[in-house]
Design a protein around this ligand. Structure first.
Ligand SMILES: [Zn+2]
Length: 95
């Protein structure tokens, strides 16, 4: 996704602002890999192959997302269907 689109993106659940951590970005300001975290509900939304995964919970597939989180050194909080990062991962993103 293009950086210029960031302003238009909010949490699909509560419409709150998201914080973004970018892992892989091209010279043309195209974000290939990164993760959004909602500042209100703490859900994470990965950007994979340049596509932000912003689906409602019931349409998400954790078994597809978790290996990618792991590659970035992140993990979920382990509760099925919550789509929140572990506390350790949240600290890591806050750097
Ligand atoms: Zn939210």
């Amino acid at each position: 996704m293009q950086r210029s689109l960031l302003k238009k993106i909010c949490c699909p659940f509560d419409k709150s602002d998201l914080s973004l951590t970018v892992f892989n970005e091209g010279a043309n300001e195209e974000i290939y890999e990164g993760v959004f975290v909602c500042l209100t509900c703490n859900r994470y939304y990965p950007i994979i192959y340049s596509i932000p995964i912003m689906s409602p919970d019931e349409y998400r597939e954790p078994q597809l997302e978790l290996p990618i989180l792991k590659r970035w050194g992140l993990s979920s909080n382990g509760q099925a269907g919550t789509f929140m990062l572990s506390e350790q991962s949240q600290h890591k993103l806050q750097g």
